[in-house]
Design a protein around this ligand. Structure first.
Ligand SMILES: O=C(O)Cc1cc(O)ccc1O
Ligand SMILES: [Fe+2]
Length: 454
């Protein structure tokens, strides 16, 4: 399929948009939340209006809404797509199997106060693509109420060819841990490597092409308000994830003028997978403009803020993206990164402290090691420290850090992240039954001796 692939040339004023080529050779439009525009064929994007009587070049105009029409401008997300065939031209969707995917509300297991940790997903059976390779660990909220989130992992060894995926239930934050991905989206192409993240907004169709022999990683499915950048408050106008480092694609379309090959659109809808067979590629958008767009972000660009005096700041200073709730400061889910940084705190226990958090923490590891865990938390694995569960440094880390010489120390041997959510993550049945669920995780906190000397 798709012999007539259009290449992107961006449009719009230079001041509005800055197209950049990155190491992967793809062109991008830079800036978080911008009103971007792009056309793969000059003249494809109407100027001055969204719905001309006849859209340019015989294209069909279509609006894709990510927020209600009437939400405040600061939150409003929508894009206009100019496509070869309207998305509406499709037969009925029919139910297909959900595979390893589960959705909110999560009711398969009883909420459990125990701390849990998993090893990486086992290798997938040969022929597993990204959609078949999705495996849900747990989540919260309700997809039909557009609240909460889900934690998924994926392991795949095959590219999607004659099908595309779209998630009507929420946006997908993809966090590769092993193997690069080329995401062919309605808006154009995104390259994402381990150490980068990609965001596919609600409802956007995309196909995942593997850039290596296998791919593995994590996905945060956010049913709630779209991820946005956190406020900076006293940090000032710059810092954390800088808006200019978020890259949206330039328009690129697929079509085979000679033979329209059928493409299955797999639609995750209120928790279940449905499929409809289009008689053409739905990645046929020749031009678009708007702010409901996919993007990639290189986590190495994160500007890490931390103490230069004493104490260990709360990890909210490491927030890359936040999905706000109706309560100010209370996130439906935050995406937090533990990136390379210097530790210089004086008279300070430098690794993460012991704590019991009202928020729930799912943590994953992209590479290397994490400074609170000496062993057992491995790349591709994950830990779940749900609401109010007591956790923190393991015994080995506690002992090392409480007697370490406090000279400036660079933490540069790992990249960990956290999905931190307002509600407990209820594990799926498969997550609790999994062979890769570690037994004896509690033991990492055993042997912390009584040190009290009154
Ligand atoms: O539990 C964790 O490792 C995550 C975490 C890190 C940190 O630096 C402070 C609090 C916290 O929950
Ligand atoms: Fe924690």
């Amino acid at each position: 399929m798709g012999s007539g692939t259009g290449t992107g040339t961006e449009s719009g004023t230079a001041a509005q948009e800055q197209a950049r080529k990155t190491a992967d050779g793809l062109s991008y439009l830079s800036g978080f939340g911008n009103e971007h525009s792009s056309e793969a064929v000059p003249g494809a994007l109407p100027l001055g209006r969204n719905s001309p009587q006849r859209a340019p070049l015989g294209l069909y105009a279509e609006q894709l809404s990510g927020t209600a029409f009437t939400e405040p401008r600061a939150h409003n997300r929508r894009s206009w797509l100019y496509r070869i065939r309207p998305s509406a031209a499709h037969p009925r969707f029919v139910r297909t199997g959900n595979g390893g995917l589960r959705s909110a509300p999560f009711t398969e297991t009883v909420p459990d106060p125990n701390r849990m940790r998993w090893n990486p997903l086992p290798d997938p059976p040969a022929g597993t693509d990204f959609v078949d390779g999705l495996w849900t660990l747990g989540g919260n909220g309700d997809a039909t109420q557009r609240s909460g989130m889900a934690v998924h992992l994926y392991a795949a060894d095959t590219s999607m060819t004659d099908r595309v995926f779209c998630d009507s239930d929420g946006e997908l934050l993809i966090v590769p841990e092993r193997g690069g991905l080329l995401l062919r989206t309605e808006f154009g192409l995104l390259g994402v490597e381990p150490g980068h993240v990609a965001l596919i907004p609600r409802g956007v169709r995309f196909r995942v092409v593997l850039l290596g022999p296998t791919a593995r990683g994590y996905v945060c499915e956010n049913y709630g308000q779209p991820f946005t950048l956190p406020e900076l408050g006293p940090i000032g106008a710059n810092g954390l994830a800088n808006p200019r480092d978020f890259m949206a694609p330039v328009a690129a379309y697929e079509e085979d003028a000679a033979v329209d090959a059928p493409v299955e659109v797999v639609n995750k809808y209120c928790g279940n997978l449905w499929a409809a067979r289009y008689d053409h590629s739905p990645l046929d958008v020749v031009a678009w403009h708007g702010n409901h767009v996919p993007y990639v972000y290189d986590l190495h660009r994160f500007n890490v803020i931390g103490t230069i005096s004493y104490d260990h700041p709360d990890p909210s200073v490491f927030t890359v993206l936040t999905s706000p709730s109706d309560t100010p400061g209370l996130a439906g889910v935050d995406f937090v990164v533990f990136a390379p940084r210097w530790l210089v705190g004086e008279d300070t226990f430098r690794p993460p402290y012991f704590h019991r958090n009202v928020m729930s923490e799912y943590m994953g590891l992209i590479e290397g090691a994490y400074d609170a865990k000496a062993e057992g938390f491995v790349p591709g694995g994950g830990s779940l420290h749900n609401m109010m569960s007591a956790h923190g440094p393991d015994r080995e880390t506690f002992e090392r850090a409480s007697s370490a010489e406090l000279k400036p120390q660079k933490i540069d041997d790992g990249l960990a992240f956290m999905f931190e959510t307002r509600w407990p993550v209820i594990p799926t049945g498969q997550a609790l039954a999994a062979g890769h669920l570690q037994s004896g995780y509690d033991d990492v906190w055993q042997g912390l001796q009584r040190r009290f000397r009154p």
